[in-house]
Design a protein around this ligand. Structure first.
Ligand SMILES: Nc1ncnc2c1ncn2[C@@H]1O[C@H](COP(=O)(O)OP(=O)(O)OP(=O)(O)O)[C@@H](O)[C@H]1O
Length: 319
């Protein structure tokens, strides 16, 4: 069941404000602002070349934005004053009584993962193919294990603190493998898994870092209908049972419309629509943008969008 409230305005975990990214003369993202609600599944959609991956790359520190602020609030108690104070200070983040805030546009990619708690997967799967499935999930928890070793040879010496951390890392890995139905493949090389299973393993690996925000770049790409349905179930479980906020880029409208609490639509780097799935699905600007894609895709898009009028506010409230 999709949530009915507009959580993204009430309690945003991520606020992207006036984000602009230029590559020479090309404006890939143009003065874009949107919020991601805490505990929501938020989809970023739009035709090819709309700027979706560029936004992801800015949020996760792979690109330094030309302009704009990207604020991650790790808890709901962050006040606008605390955010303004951090922005003025020139610092990257603040953790304290006023809540934890991270200005991602100021942070390096590895710090965004380790310190701010943003994990991501890529359009092209990036697993360690020669390592086993289990090892891929243990490597993801490397930072935690390094901390437990005291950044010394504590691991080799088998210090109790390290042993406990290693045991906990294994438990976390096994739990996620069970959840993504890969426990029976734990000792197989990751490269031997079928494509859909590799996608699930990538998501499990990102989750092992215990993120606040999970960014998924086209998680349904290349999946068959059964695997897509399994992915939907997994993403809803992550949201509902772990409270992880999910931001995804996805072309598969079946997946997007079924699981998203909130959808943001980009076209030529600008936001053209922002709302719930029923609102976005019936927005003429969105339909026009999608009908601008290649001719052979038009019918698919019309069918996927199931064009029908959005409920009025009164109808929506009555549900
Ligand atoms: N590193 C880069 N250098 C120059 N131009 C880039 C770079 N990255 C992206 N672009 C350009 O920015 C625009 C937006 O690209 P982007 O990959 O963000 O779109 P997208 O919406 O993710 O597309 P797709 O759905 O095809 O993945 C495109 O015109 C692209 O060619």
């Amino acid at each position: 069941m999709l949530k009915q409230n507009r959580n993204w305005s009430a309690d945003p975990v991520l606020s992207v404000e006036h984000l602009t990214m230029r590559f020479g003369g090309l404006v890939a993202v143009d003065d874009l602002s949107f919020d991601v609600g805490r505990g929501d599944i938020t989809a970023l959609i739009g035709p090819n070349g709309a700027g979706k991956t560029t936004v992801f790359n800015c949020v996760t520190g792979f690109y330094k934005p030309t302009e704009g602020r990207i604020a991650l609030r790790r808890d709901g108690s962050v006040t606008p004053e605390a955010l303004a104070e951090l922005t003025r200070s020139g610092r990257q983040y603040a953790e304290g009584d006023k809540g934890s805030i991270f200005l991602l546009e100021r942070m390096a990619d590895f710090k965004i993962t380790e310190v701010a708690g943003v994990a991501r997967t890529f359009q092209n799967i990036r697993l360690f193919g020669g390592m086993t499935v289990l090892e891929n999930l243990l490597v993801a928890q490397h930072n935690e294990l390094m901390r437990a070793s005291g950044y010394t040879i504590g691991g080799l010496l088998g210090l109790p603190g390290y042993r406990r951390a290693a045991e906990a890392a294994k438990e976390t890995a096994v739990e996620w493998l069970r959840r993504v139905n890969l426990l029976d493949r734990a000792d197989d090389p990751a490269a031997d898994l079928p494509y859909g299973a590799q996608r699930r393993l990538e998501i499990a690996r990102a989750l092992c870092t215990n993120p606040v925000l999970l960014c998924l770049d086209e998680p349904a790409a290349g999946l068959n209908p059964r695997e897509s349905a399994e992915l939907n179930t997994l993403l809803k479980y992550i949201r509902d049972d772990h409270g992880v906020s999910v931001l995804l880029i996805e072309h598969d409208m079946g997946v997007v419309m079924e699981i998203s609490d909130h959808i943001i639509v980009l076209d030529y780097g600008k936001k053209i629509s922002d709302g719930t799935a029923p609102e976005v699905r019936s927005d003429p600007k969105v339909i026009a943008a999608y009908l601008g894609v290649d001719d052979e895709e038009v019918e698919d898009v019309e069918r996927d969008l199931e064009v029908k009028p959005a409920p009025t506010r009164a109808e929506g409230d009555a549900r």
